[in-house]
Design a protein around this ligand. Structure first.
Ligand code: NAD
Length: 415
């Protein structure tokens, strides 16, 4: 029997949407990728990609060449729609759902009875229901699943993404998924969609629980990192090596302290806990405090570097890494970017090494004190080295290249 999913539209072709579209296409589905960024659309239609992710280039090229994957700036009719647009926060840490509302506006006109819409973006509790309401306001001829006591024409569900950048193509297939429907039938329909490529288990629940599950996963990580970061502040104040403390404490059979670092970055862990805080401010003191501790860490690193600078004759500081984590090109919310900006703002000449990008991010461009350079040049000219990201390529830096320099290792890379 032919699958009921002959054609699937993926709205938002970024770090989540593009790999999802490519994996679906590799399973023989006709996939339309939709993005408002015309440069990305053009590139994908040439079989090329605009992000860095292992093996994705080959998969996209194969899917485009086989005629299974096309990109466009407009949705078309399809059997199912997967929405993976950004969900940042505004200046006051309130969630910014504009991209989801815009996606609803563009996909509403092409919706047909029997369609499934799955929201994959990470969202505050209640957003999947909001999406249903937005669509219903635009398509009064269809019945949507938030309307009680009616049989819906459209199934709507939330299935949050859990992939780890750098392992996305593997984890998309292998990870368990939580699939939360606005009704139990919506969850069942959406799970059938994921069964096209997911080998992990699909755990069915309601949309509100699925939304909080995803936020809880990232808040859990954030709170645990905050503990490690606070421990590093305590250790510094007491003149104790935090890496020894963590290593030895973790020899306890029931203790597993995470690694401290220069702060928490990325569009997930640094953002999503705020979605819990904004929904239940009176009940989320620990989650808010963890965010505050992690957000304060870049300033602590800046103070440490300025101290080291004062007591040296250094003219330049080598800043190793800009991305928010190792071996990726994603600079969003990266503490390393914040640290370099603040060091330059304090008058230090920063020689930045970031092997995963060709140009500095906009906030660091056109600043005299900041240059993007190769490793060798940065090390040769600098008396202070700050390791901000534990990229594997930095393993090539030998002990002799670090000898005689002040090394501030925010990741415990050389411990
Ligand atoms: N990247 C990850 O590792 C990851 C992991 C889990 C969850 N998430 C969540 O998934 C969602 C997407 O994240 P991402 O990293 O893929 O973001 P991204 O910024 O890499 O990609 C989003 C894409 O959506 C496009 N877009 C924006 N508005 C649009 C619209 N109205 N219509 C069509 N396209 C639109 C953008 O141009 C961009 O290409 C976010 O909610 C994020 O929190 C991301």
């Amino acid at each position: 029997m032919p699958s009921r999913f002959q054609k699937i539209a993926v709205i938002g072709l970024g770090y989540v949407g593009l790999p999802t579209a490519a994996v679906l296409a590799s399973r023989g589905v006709d996939v339309l990728g939709v993005d408002i960024n015309s440069a990305s659309v053009e590139l994908i239609n040439q079989g090329k990609i605009h992000i860095e992710e292992p093996d994705l280039d080959v998969m996209v090229q194969g899917a485009v060449t086989a005629g299974r994957l096309r990109a466009s700036d407009k949705p078309e009719t399809a059997d199912a729609f997967i929405v993976s647009v950004p969900t940042p926060f505004k200046n006051d840490h309130e969630p910014d759902l504009d991209a989801i509302e815009q996606a609803a506006q563009t996909l509403a006109p092409v919706l047909e009875k029997g369609n499934i819409v799955v929201l994959e973006s990470t969202v505050p509790v209640g957003t999947t229901e909001k999406l249903s309401q937005w669509l219903a306001a635009l398509r009064t001829d269809l019945i949507f699943p938030h309307e009680k006591n009616k049989t819906p024409d459209i199934s709507i569900a939330h299935s949050p993404e859990r992939v780890l950048p750098g392992r996305v193509l593997l984890e998309l297939v292998d990870n368990d998924r939580v699939v939360g429907g606005l009704t139990p039938e919506c969850a069942k329909q959406a799970a059938a969609l994921y069964k096209l490529f997911v080998q992990g288990e699909c755990h069915l629940t309601d949309a509100w629980t699925a939304e909080l599950v995803k936020l809880s996963e990232n808040a859990y990580r954030d709170v645990n990192i905050a503990f490690a970061n606070e421990l590093s502040n305590v250790s510094d104040a007491l003149g104790i090596n935090v890496w020894d403390v963590v290593r030895l404490a973790n020899r306890h059979p029931r203790v597993n302290i995470l690694k401290p670092g220069p702060g928490v970055g990325g569009h997930c862990i640094a953002v999503d806990p705020w979605f819990i805080v904004s929904s239940a401010p009176g009940e989320s003191e620990l989650i808010r405090t963890a965010r505050t501790i992690n957000d304060a860490k870049p300033d602590a690193v800046v103070r440490q570097v300025l101290e080291a600078f004062k007591s040296s004759n250094a003219s330049h500081v080598a800043c190793l890494g800009l991305s928010y984590k190792a071996d990726i090109d994603d600079l969003r919310e990266s503490p390393a970017v914040e640290i370099v900006g603040k060091l330059a703002g304090s008058g230090l000449s920063c020689l930045v090494v970031e092997p995963h990008v060709d140009v500095l991010p906009p906030e660091l461009q056109n600043i005299d004190k900041i240059q993007l350079v190769e490793i060798e040049s940065a090390l040769a000219k600098s008396d202070i080295i700050i390791l901000l990201v534990d990229h594997s390529t930095f393993r090539s830096i030998s002990e002799s290249q670090r000898d005689g320099k002040t090394v501030i290792d925010t990741r415990g890379f050389w411990q």
